[in-house]
Design a protein around this ligand. Sequence first.
Ligand SMILES: Cc1ncc(COP(=O)(O)O)c(C=O)c1O
Length: 374
Amino acid sequence: MRIEPFLTEQFFAEYEFSARYLLAPSDCETMSVGELLRLSGSSLEELGDLTLGYTESQGDPQLRSQISEMYTEVRSEDIVVLTSPVEGIYLAMQTLLEPEDEVIALRPAYDALNNVARHLCREVLAWNLVPGTKRWELDFDQLESIIGPQTRMLVVNFPHNPTGYVPSNSEFNRLIKLARKHNVWLFCDEIYRGLEFEPTIPSAADLYEKSIVLSGLSKTYGLPGLRAGWLVIRNRDLRDELINWKHYTTICPAGPTEFLARKALLVKENLAERSKAIIRQNLKLCEAFFARFPEHFIWRRPLAGSVAFIEVNLAKIGFESATAHCHHLAQNHGIVLLPGKCLGFDDTFVRLGLGRVGFQTALEAYATVISDKN
Ligand SMILES: Cc1ncc(COP(=O)(O)O)c(C=O)c1O
């Protein structure tokens, strides 16, 4: 069976490893294995002693116990360790969705959150984030008009890629209340959790028994090459069914990944603080950049996370679409910005990634291109 092209990954595959200026990645600055081991008080010898046998399908008990401590209502049995965060989207949807089902998914969204559901079931309705004058907004009237007994799953992602939106406590409670009222499974992708600058909402895993929460070490903790991810599923039957699906995909997590993930979780606060320090600095640069080009862009400051979604005045920058602008930038200036169309939104938006140390140089290169247009 065919599935829609994964536009974000295809766009990155074309440019990410050759371009000079990366302005779009959603992950935060990474580190070497040696740095991670030093930071966590471990040694290369310890890693060297690891044996490379099969591991437990559900994940190393010690790692699951460390993960469960990140939540209040979650036990280590509720965790399923994955072979990559993205695998969790496929597994959860494959386990839960049937061809006659209807799903509601926040839009824009990381491609897999929409496309896997569209591949598996009858209809995926978009719950649109709204670009307000100063910030992104959630439209609960729209959600209430489309949710109902026919809805099998509601798919959200907070902090949100690409807008950086996080609901307030009352919005999040309203969302959970609606899901509960309609007996809907809530798939909540929390892979950017920990990148908040204000006190924030609890995990959906702690609030709703029919939630499936996705998380991992790729974004907040800057370790995407580790491919460390997990699902929190408090419903036992669903968890068992999902682990059965996992036997058909990856069987068990990679031992070296689990080892390093355990080390990373020992110092998770330091890793998240390191990422947030970079993002804070880059947000300041953004404020200055968008103040300099008020006619070219609309800047809606992200509330959390490592990405921002920028509206482009195409007439002003002289392109027919954001996609054309992004290809031009990558091919002629070595600058990578992600077209919003890849994330299922209007072709007048681009995604900016705020988690990397090279951001200042990359933004200066972009400023030169924009200035030359005038
Ligand atoms: C919202 C969201 N979920 C899941 C993933 C997948 O993470 P990974 O690439 O580490 O598997 C991403 C990656 O960009 C993402 O943005």
